[in-house]
Design a binder for this molecule. Structure first.
Ligand code: NIG
Ligand code: FE
Length: 410
């Protein structure tokens, strides 16, 4: 290959490197070639016999110092939706619960009405603004769920918007079909018939259009039963799609165990998770996704069993759950802070939760980590230590952002 067609080599010196799991003890030099990280070594060791010295000398210097992390991965969002629900925020401040609002036809169903009314263009523009805020705070991968359409037409509309965001923004978008999110009004008292629609029509149609990377369910007394969720998992399995769940958010349903039984990617929320669920998740490698924004917004008091998950070896991810009801927040590094202050994660665990373990929750092992061979999705931050990203609640600390080896910010 002639040098003019060789991939660009870029090099950062003296960075404090958080590699997805741990912070390296010495300042590091990082070399990226094309889309991949090709070398990491302590700065000053350029002439180590194992390194390609010429490759290092020919690299474009990208800067010195700062903290480097994998690009942040937000593995659970509902970023595409119509309307907003400030009125419910006010009702909750007056003492009405989230579950009561939902039983009165508000909550998710209020966003369903607004989303059904919204054009694809409007959904795109409003989601784009939220996505841009996340990108500006270091997100390089984001999962986006459907779940406010609840019909073939409107679920596919939401997922098309998510795919368009992937095409038009420098970010990876992972789509999740969450048609089993709430019972649409036209199916009132006919939940099993709606699950038929999900399994036999919505899921196959969305899958046929290539709109689905994974399938999610909301297992809860205000949503769907364990049996109904299992039917959705079976339909997903028939189509070769991985599953995940909104599990044990308001009560213990056993959805985490069910998800583990289907080798699910993740069980999310999990405030009421019990020991048998923890053991099932540990055995299956199902990630526990913590959503401190929803916990904060709903002023929950039941804490997810962090210490027990930690000792059982359940990988823990942290995500925004960005949505108009329980977590109207598009500030990824705030989630690092909330995961530490509310759930007592260490800053390192919180960062692993938005990098390495978040990638696992999306079924990926090539992103969310920085080692030779990994995909070069990364951020350089103007902070002194990785812990500072979780400690201070402050936008504007992103110095550079790199997606697939390409500088997209800074
Ligand atoms: O993750 N738990 C269910 N679904 C969302 C909330 C959706 C909404 O209230 O609009 C969640 O918290
Ligand atoms: Fe959610």
């Amino acid at each position: 290959m002639s040098s003019s067609t060789a991939p660009v080599r870029r090099l950062w010196r003296d960075v404090i490197l958080f590699d997805g799991l741990k912070t390296h003890p010495a300042p590091m030099t990082v070399v990226v070639e094309g889309e991949r990280v090709t070398a990491l070594f302590p700065s000053g060791n350029d002439h180590d016999k194992n390194l390609d010295v010429q490759a290092i000398e020919e690299a474009v210097e990208m800067g010195r110092g700062g903290v480097m992390t994998p690009g942040l991965i937000d593995c659970h969002t509902h970023l595409v939706y119509g309307g907003q629900r400030a009125n419910e925020f006010e009702s909750r401040l007056e003492g009405v619960s989230y579950a009561d609002i939902s039983r009165r036809g508000g909550g998710i169903l209020s966003t369903v009405r607004a989303t059904r009314e919204a054009s694809e263009e409007h959904l795109f523009e409003t989601a784009a603004a939220r996505l841009q805020a996340m990108i500006d705070d270091g997100v390089t991968s984001v999962e986006i769920k459907s779940g406010y359409g609840l019909s073939v037409e409107h679920e596919l509309k939401m997922l098309r918007v998510a795919r368009r965001l992937d095409e038009q923004f420098k970010v990876r978008v992972f789509t999740t079909l969450l048609a089993a999110h709430a019972l649409p009004p036209e199916y009132a008292d006919r939940a099993d018939d709606y699950i038929d629609l999900v399994c036999n029509e919505i899921l196959p149609a969305a899958c046929k259009e290539g709109l689905v990377d994974a399938v999610d369910v909301f297992c809860e007394h205000i949503a769907f039963s364990l049996e109904q969720c299992e039917r959705v998992f079976l339909a997903a399995h028939d189509l070769g799609l991985p599953v995940k769940s909104h599990a044990e958010q308001l009560s213990l349903s056993g959805a985490s165990q069910l998800t583990a039984r289907y080798r699910g990617l993740s069980a999310d929320h999990i405030e009421y998770l019990d020991q048998s669920g923890i053991e099932a998740m540990a055995a299956a490698g199902t990630v526990g996704v913590l959503l401190p924004g929803a916990f904060h917004t709903l002023r929950e008091t039941q804490f997810p069993p962090i210490a027990e998950m930690r000792s059982a070896g359940v990988p823990m991810a942290v995500a925004s759950d960005a949505n108009p009801g329980t977590s109207p927040i598009v500030f990824p590094t705030l989630m690092l802070n909330l995961a530490c202050t509310l759930f007592r994660l260490t800053p390192q665990e919180a960062l692993a939760g938005m990098t390495y373990n978040a990638a696992l929750a999306l079924g990926r092992t090539d992103i969310g980590r920085l080692h030779p061979g990994a995909v070069a999705d990364l951020c350089i931050w103007d902070v002194d230590s990785p812990a500072e990203l979780a400690y201070a609640i402050q936008p504007g600390r992103l110095r550079q952002r790199v997606l697939k080896g390409e500088l997209t910010h800074g």
